[in-house]
Design a protein around this ligand. Structure first.
Ligand SMILES: Cc1cc2nc3c(=O)[nH]c(=O)nc-3n(C[C@H](O)[C@H](O)[C@H](O)COP(=O)(O)OP(=O)(O)OC[C@H]3O[C@@H](n4cnc5c(N)ncnc54)[C@H](O)[C@@H]3O)c2cc1C
Length: 294
């Protein structure tokens, strides 16, 4: 099923993001986690693509396997950095063979260990060109793109940033999924700025529960520019041990979800980090059995 059809529903969607494990044992474990999370009746899932295409085959295999085994619609993330048009075409051909009809079209980050941006001859500099490329060659594919409510580090000019986002939508993107944010007010402001700029596709809210101190530090590194509200920092500082820390993170994410659902968000995208415990706890603490009760 196409994600844009799922997003036509009059209740918020729930999508769960996973990343491809490195080992066969990791794959088996992930399938147990996904089976466990199926009780939440997610609307669809998505699978990340390693920086610079480092998980190319693993991503494709995982997407196809989840679709087949779980009967769940899956979005395949795909980045264009470091690949030529021909390489991207062959990845898209394989995706079509695997019945993958939903793609999150991204530029991608500079791979870990590299410091400079390498321009690829006959490649794309920005996601917008990749979106046009997919739309031209695979018009039936449903395309999602990334949005950054708290700004993308490479574009400090926030007016330009929304212009660039609009260009991705005008090029054919069907919806936007946001980077994680911890303050819903920034998300609502972003949605309003999109509307004012003439962006009318659904905007899906990216939420990630903080469950460990180390995870919070990693989150700040990965989601550069993400704002950590003082109120949250005060709460985590009060947590006496790891268990309490996790409770604070789950409580915060649950409050975010409740507020988003009450404000008629189009959809919620949960960054699961391939774990189920915190995600299940969020729903439990809200007294919600599954996403059909949103
Ligand atoms: C929901 C989500 C999922 C993600 N999944 C993955 C993943 O699976 N794998 C992965 O490697 N990364 C992933 N990322 C990270 C993403 O690849 C990086 O954040 C990347 O730096 C930005 O990607 P983009 O698609 O938004 O790029 P773009 O839209 O190309 O934007 C990149 C930067 O260039 C600027 N820009 C755009 N157009 C122009 C222009 N014409 N002139 C000048 N500047 C311009 C933008 O404002 C922005 O600062 C994900 C991010 C999100 C939010």
């Amino acid at each position: 099923m196409l994600v844009k059809e799922i997003l036509n529903s009059n209740r918020p969607s729930l999508s769960l993001e996973f990343f491809p494990p490195k080992t066969k044992a990791g794959f088996d474990k992930l399938f147990q986690i996904i089976s466990n999370l199926m009780q939440l009746k997610p609307s669809y899932a998505s699978v990340t693509y390693g920086a610079g295409g480092s998980t190319r085959d693993d991503t494709a295999n995982l997407v196809v396997q989840i679709q087949k085994d779980m009967g769940l619609t899956v979005v395949s993330h795909l980045t264009c950095v470091g690949s030529t048009r021909d390489e991207l075409m062959s990845i898209l051909e394989k995706a079509a063979e695997g019945n993958i009809e939903n793609i999150l079209a991204l530029r991608g980050d500079i791979p870990e260990g590299e410091t400079v941006w390498k321009q690829i001859e006959n490649g794309f500099d920005y996601a917008v060109d990749f979106v046009s490329f997919i739309k031209k060659n695979y018009p039936h594919i449903c395309i999602g793109v990334a949005g950054f409510p708290e700004g993308h580090p490479l574009t400090p000019n926030r007016l330009k940033e929304i212009e660039y986002l609009k260009a991705k939508v005008d090029a054919g993107a069907d919806y936007i999924v946001t980077q994680l944010f911890l303050d819903n007010r920034n998300f609502y402001d972003f949605c309003e700025r999109c509307e004012l700029a003439g962006i009318h596709v659904p905007v899906i809210a990216g939420v990630m529960p903080i469950t460990t101190r180390k995870g919070m530090i990693r989150m700040a590194e990965l989601a550069e520019g993400a704002c950590f509200p003082a109120c949250l920092l005060r709460s985590v500082a009060r947590a006496e041990n790891d268990e309490y820390f996790e409770e604070v993170g789950i409580h915060w994410a649950a409050e975010q979800l409740l507020n988003l659902v009450n404000n008629d968000v189009h959809g919620i995208h949960l960054y699961t980090l391939n774990r189920s415990r915190a995600i299940l706890q969020i729903f439990k603490s809200l007294g919600i059995r599954d996403a059909t009760q949103f």
